[in-house]
Design a protein around this ligand. Sequence first.
Ligand SMILES: [Zn+2]
Length: 515
Amino acid sequence: MLVSSTELFHIADKKNFAIPATNFIDALTAKVYTETAESLGLPLILAYAESHQDYLGLEEAAWIGKHYAEKVSVPIVLHLDHGSDPTFIKEAIRLGFTSVMIDGSSLSFEDNVQVTKSIVEYAHSHGVVVEGEIGHVGSNTVSYEGEDNDQSQYTTLSEAKAFSQSTGIDSLAISIGTAHGEYTGKPEINFERLNEIDKELSVPLVLHGGSSTGDENLKRCAREGMRKINIFTDLIVAAHKEAQTQTPHYMALRDNLERGFKEVLTHYYHVFETQPIELKDDTMKHSTKSRPFFMINPKSYLTGKHAYELAIAADRYAEAADFDVYFTAQYVDLKALADQTNNLIITAQHMDGIHLGRGMGFVTGDSLKEAGVSAVMLNHAEHPLTLSQLVASIDKAKAVGITTIVCADSVKEAKAIAMLAPDIILCEPTELIGTGQTSDASYIEKTNEEIRAISSDILVMQAAGITTPEDVYHTIAKGADGTGCTSGIVLADNPSVMVRDMLQAVTDATKTDRK
Ligand SMILES: [Zn+2]
């Protein structure tokens, strides 16, 4: 099954293991890796490196990768390894890779941030995740992966933090003592650095140059925070060794090669303590946000049976709608709603940015994710957060793969919040909430413009004073990416009919020329 890595890393993080990433260079390698994953019931990151395009072109790689990923039932991520040319990376995204790496690690910090950020924006708008690299994993004298004899540069905590914050990457490759290819001695791994970075960063960490690093070292890396470990050289060395044994004909040679690959991959699954991952079928469906969208936000008006009834009706209407429909609910109702609906993005009304462990009375991102929640609202005027709480909540939501919708009052506040890179900003002048008065065209235009100047990746939601389907129509037609409603729905004579009419208004508005 072809999937994105967000959910896989989230589970790997919770259960503390790493997932191997193996480079395929032809159909044989793609086939044997995915069949090995399937036979063990384990997830895999099937990677194709830009540097291997002489062996296998990008288009062939995409077709082969997708074919074998879809053939098996275990989760397979089709990943572009060491992308360096933005045109090549965008082509990979267009061809169906679900994850890409942009390796700007040999550039200056500023240039690395710039190129990585631009890839993140493009990839995210296509529902694809991005791995970046800071510090530099070099190469040993004999390497099938990078340039021969290329010096490594250790990643520092401050760089890792600044890099992940300013780029919005989904996972980060750090350099802690490994190098690509075969070592002559045993590498020294800086576990202290790994622990330090893992503790401070919420993005999953990635280890390059895993081959011949030593099983004990790798097991420790997996246990102490690495969620993806790249293995390639050891696989081809083993297959090559198998190829040296006397074979009566070509087919027997092929069997030997397959055995070599399979044995080493199986061995590393064991070392990394990789565990089976069962994904719900809809993991891919709402992995990213898109425009337009509509939010049904019953706040604290509806609970239990009443929330459930409206959600079931909304789910039916959302099935026919050609856009995302968010539905917020009370915490205790979230799981039942997620289980009973198929077309709604079940949204929590708040979450705290805390990690599992100590703490009483908080709402953890992990518990929301496990309950089937896909999005969260933060900093609503009726549940405001301090800046540090907001930063922590956004980071945590991102780490567990929950879409963030952050509320802003003024244009100034919207600009400041845009710097935190949430998925959606809800612009709602507090003085208009509950007044039935909608934001005017100039306010909508101004907030859109200011937020997009900071990041074109953020969607802008305008929902002040929405009470009728006409309000919905005009707000979308004026250029909002999305809108939503509370009192207009919950206080209507028939809330589900109101939902139906408002969804229809979104459809109608998108058919007209939008500003
Ligand atoms: Zn690498």
